[in-house]
Design a protein around this ligand. Sequence first.
Ligand SMILES: CC(C)(COP(=O)(O)OP(=O)(O)OC[C@H]1O[C@@H](n2cnc3c(N)ncnc32)[C@H](O)[C@@H]1OP(=O)(O)O)[C@@H](O)C(=O)NCCC(=O)NCCS
Length: 164
Amino acid sequence: MDGIAIRRCTRDELKAVMHVNELTLPENYPQFFYESILERFPESFLIAEDLAKQKIIGYIMFRVERGMEPGIKFVKKGHLVSIAVLKGYQGKKIGKQLLIEGLKRVRTYSVDIFVLEVRISNEKAITMYKRLNFKIKKTLESYYRDGENAYYMVLHAKHFKPDG
Ligand SMILES: CC(C)(COP(=O)(O)OP(=O)(O)OC[C@H]1O[C@@H](n2cnc3c(N)ncnc32)[C@H](O)[C@@H]1OP(=O)(O)O)[C@@H](O)C(=O)NCCC(=O)NCCS
């Protein structure tokens, strides 16, 4: 990914992140939603920048939550809220690098597990998550506003192998 930098997002870059989100995903959020995640979990809110064009072309953001997880107990979760890369930059390993770097950073909040929801039709993303050892734990019926089901996927922090 020559010429692409991955680093922490700053407040004045949130508009550009929202633009990437609106161009790539049907799940969109109001500005205060991004602001609250950046304020509370800045370590794991990352952007990918095309250095030559000084353009933000991707992002990843997590929330850290406490909760029960079947078969485990009360755990601290690194919840992947959203990840996206602009169309013209997809398929160049940028998404994978954002995900690996994001997991490394959210781990610094001492989470026990990483969790996410993904549309059951999103084969590209599901393949990417499985490549990093995420497992499908259950199907969430009509999880998305348009009625599509989601897969709930989990990876234990101790099983995370950033170098594959
Ligand atoms: C999903 C997404 C973030 C992946 O980012 P990307 O930069 O295109 O993906 P990468 O080039 O880093 O590839 C990472 C992995 O994704 C999978 N992948 C990527 N492109 C793929 C394709 N065309 N077909 C199948 N799998 C694909 C592969 O497993 C790949 O790993 P590998 O090359 O080691 O096999 C990106 O496609 C995207 O932004 N999609 C729209 C938004 C979205 O769906 N976000 C996820 C919501 S849960």
